[in-house]
Structure formats: structure tokens, C-alpha cells
Design a protein around this ligand. Structure first.
Ligand code: FAD
Length: 381
């Protein structure tokens, strides 16, 4: 293990070891930076997520963790099933993959370590004291002790909810609260991504490795009967008869995970001088399953821009500002379209049938899905 404590200055410190943080640490280490990544949890661990990994992240994933790709089922088609039970299908080209967070996060964490990033799980970052010309000192607790380290660049990849003294708490726009629910099922087949309209949200089914099926729903927190509900899969079935038929015969393979509240399109105040990657920089509507790709691509870009600044004029404050602009540009189109697509497809019947029929016509669905993806060209401009 590399030396810790205030005597050592790391090139980069990463807060959070989810997909954004692990990829940032992996990429930074591969670029020759001395990088440490601090994660409060431990891997493997489960997480509420549809586990649909969209195509634009797959080349990066194949570099970082090729063994993940070998086991991950391809998802080459999507179906939208309205409350009336009608099905609307469109192809996904290039194909996406289904990968459980249990496996994805653990393997990315291992990839960061294998690339010689210093990986510390069980380390909770508490504070950040910025230095005037960039970089600063990070305070964290590890095994019950308070520790500090200095880094020339800081990448915050701490997900939707984080609090680090010295960094402004992300602003939460007052919006409707949602509840995210996930389970893994066995005993039913799945090849395509299937999305079911519910009365108060939607629910997706996607294949993951080893023949497993991810079922993940986003439901309005004020949906009748949800609060205090003990059998959420039963509740979901009752919320949409077509979904009940689809879940018939399924067995629960892993315990249900719940996350709440979820605020869609949460705005954040991003402090200067720090790189933000993934949900820590703003949580977008997860409807189109682009969050993981956004997290990984944004994390890799943060590492690349930090490395370029450290090898060049050393101005990480300017590099962080440029990274924020690049991420905003690459995600602007997606942020706009994901929300609209969800609203159209979950509109009250018969509007949702009308919207789904329009999307299933020709290559409309395909072209709309493309608009919800990381726009690499815009990010480079
Ligand atoms: C219901 C739902 C369904 C979704 N479905 C999909 C989908 O199908 N496909 C898709 O692409 N996206 C989906 N998403 C979005 C996706 O889950 C996120 O975009 C993705 O997890 C972001 O990764 P991240 O690394 O930014 O954050 P996270 O995965 O949240 O990782 C952040 C890490 O930081 C750690 N951390 C936090 N604070 C600290 C601290 N102070 N010190 C140390 N560590 C800290 C946490 O423990 C965590 O491990 C979904 C989201 C929801 C809510």
C-alpha cells in the first residue's frame, strides 16, 4: 500500500468508487497519475438501478474490464408496453448490455486497483480544504480514525447524495419525489429490454448475466398504497395488469432494494476547482438508461483533463471548469429528451398508446433514443 498521511501529495484524489469514480481512478492511473480513490462502502454491493448499460459506454468498459463484457447479455431490442397491454417494439442498434451492479461496480473497482490506483473502501470523505492555486487537503475517516491527504486535483464522484465540508451542498430543486425499486428475478426469460407503463411511473425488465432478470421501477412517492408496502413486487403487479402477467412464475433471486427520495433532473451548484463526475454533477432522468454511460464517460474525461492540466500548465481550476462545460454540452440534449420521453410514454391512456405508436413507427424510436445518449461531439466542441 502506498504511504498515506499529509506528507504525500497525490496527483488526484477521487471521492466515491461507483462507476464514475472507479473509471476515473482507472483512467488516471493508466495515464500515469498517482491516484487514490476513497469509497465509503465495500464491494460487491447491490444498488437500485435498471442495470442497462447503453452502447456508448461499452468500448470504455471493454478496455477497463473486458471480463464483464464477455458475461453480459446483449440487449438489441426494446419494447414499451402500455397500460392497455399493447406492445410497441423498436431495435437498439448498437446493442446495449445488461450487467448487475453487484458485478459491474466490483469489477470496475478491481480494475482501478489493477491499474495501480490506490483503492480504499470503508473510507468516508468528510471535508475538503482547497489550496488557492488548485488541489487541496482531503479529510476522511477510515477504520474509525480521522486521516488527511493532499492531492493536486479532486474528482468528486459520490453519486446523488453527498456531503463534504468545504464543498457547497448540492442544491435540490423542489420537485416531485420518486421512489426507485429494484429486484433480481429468476425463472422467467428475458432478452429484450421491456418497459411497462404503471399508473404512477414505469417499470423495466432487463436481462443480466447468468440468466438473471433485473426488474426496476421508478414510482411516484405519493402513489396510493406505496408507503408502508411490504411486498413491492406484488404492488407493482397490481399497478399494471400487463406487468403482472409478465412476472407470473418469477422467483425472487435477491432481496428487494429501495431508494428514496429520487428527484429527477436535480440541479447542483458546482464549486470551482473540483471535477464532478456521474450523478454527483447532477442527476438526470434515468428513464432512458444513460446514467451509467454518462458516469463512466464523464469520469474518464475528468481523469484525462486533470492529467493534461497536471502535465501542462498545472491549472486544474481551469481544467475543472472546462470539464464541467464539456459534460454539460455532452449531456444537454439527453437531459432535455429523457424527461420528455418519460412524460409522453407515461401520459394517461390513450395518450401513452398514441406516443408509443408514433415512436415505434420507422426509425423514430431509434432516433429518439439516440438523442438521450452522451453526445461526444458536443462535449469536444
Ligand atoms: C431507479 C433508477 C434506475 C436506474 N436505471 C439505470 C439504468 O438502467 N441504466 C443506467 O445507465 N443508469 C440507471 N440509473 C442511473 C445510474 O444508477 C446512475 O447514473 C449511476 O449509478 C451513477 O454512478 P455514479 O458513480 O455517479 O454514482 P454511484 O453509483 O451512486 O456511486 C457513488 C459512490 O460514492 C460513494 N460515496 C458517497 N459519498 C461518499 C463519501 N463522502 N465518501 C466516500 N464515498 C462516498 C457511495 O458509497 C457510492 O458508492 C438508474 C437510477 C435510478 C435511481
Amino acid at each position: 500500500m502506498a504511504a498515506s498521511g499529509s506528507e504525500r501529495v497525490w496527483d488526484a484524489a477521487v471521492v466515491g468508487g461507483g462507476p464514475a469514480g472507479a473509471i476515473a481512478a482507472w483512467r488516471a492511473a493508466r495515464l500515469g497519475l498517482r491516484v487514490v480513490v476513497l469509497e465509503r462502502g465495500r464491494f460487491p454491493r447491490d444498488k437500485v438501478c435498471g442495470e442497462f448499460v447503453s452502447a456508448e459506454a461499452l468500448p470504455l468498459l471493454a478496455q477497463a474490464a473486458p471480463e464483464l463484457m464477455a458475461a453480459a447479455p446483449e440487449i438489441a431490442a426494446a419494447e414499451w408496453i402500455t397500460l392497455s397491454g399493447r406492445r410497441y417494439a423498436f431495435p437498439l442498434a448498437p446493442a446495449a448490455r445488461g450487467i448487475s451492479r453487484w458485478r459491474l461496480d466490483a469489477q470496475l473497482w478491481a480494475a482501478a486497483g489493477a491499474a495501480l490506483a490506490e483503492t480504499r473502501s470503508g473510507a468516508i470523505v468528510r471535508g475538503w480544504r482547497p489550496a488557492p492555486r488548485g488541489g487541496g487537503e482531503l479529510e476522511f475517516t477510515f477504520a474509525g480514525h480521522s486521516e488527511r491527504l493532499r492531492a493536486r486535483a479532486l474528482i468528486v464522484a459520490a453519486g446523488r447524495w453527498w456531503r463534504v465540508a468545504g464543498l457547497p451542498v448540492p442544491g435540490i430543486a423542489p420537485r416531485r419525489a420518486w421512489v426507485g425499486v429494484k429486484a433480481h428475478l429468476a425463472g422467467i426469460p428475458a432478452r429484450a429490454l421491456q418497459m411497462f407503463a404503471l399508473r404512477h411511473g414505469y417499470c423495466g425488465l432487463a436481462p443480466v448475466e447468468d440468466g438473471g432478470v433485473n426488474v426496476c421501477a421508478l414510482v411516484r412517492a405519493d402513489a396510493p398504497g406505496l408507503s408502508g408496502c411490504r411486498d413491492i413486487v406484488h404492488w407493482l403487479s397490481a399497478a399494471a395488469p400487463p406487468l403482472a402477467m409478465r412476472l407470473h412464475g418469477a422467483a425472487m433471486a435477491r432481496p428487494v432494494q429501495v431508494t428514496a427520495p429520487v428527484y429527477l433532473g436535480r440541479g447542483v451548484a458546482l464549486p470551482a476547482g473540483v471535477f464532478f463526475a456521474g450523478d454527483a454533477g447532477g442527476f438526470a432522468d434515468p428513464f432512458t438508461g444513460a446514467g451509467l454511460a454518462r458516469a463512466m464517460l464523464g469520469g474518464a474525461l475528468a481523469a484525462e483533463m486533470a492529467a493534461a492540466a497536471l502535465a501542462g500548465d498545472g491549472d486544474v481550476i481551469r481544467a475543472a471548469a472546462r470539464h464541467a462545460l464539456a459534460v454539460r454540452a455532452a449531456t444537454r440534449r439527453a437531459r432535455r429528451w429523457s424527461g420528455w420521453l418519460r412524460r409522453w410514454l407515461t401520459a394517461p391512456p390513450p395518450w401513452q398508446d398514441w406516443a408509443a405508436a408514433a415512436l415505434a413507427r420507422g426509425d423514430m424510436g431509434q432516433s429518439m433514443a439516440a438523442r438521450t445518449r452522451w453526445d461526444a461531439a458536443a462535449g469536444r466542441r
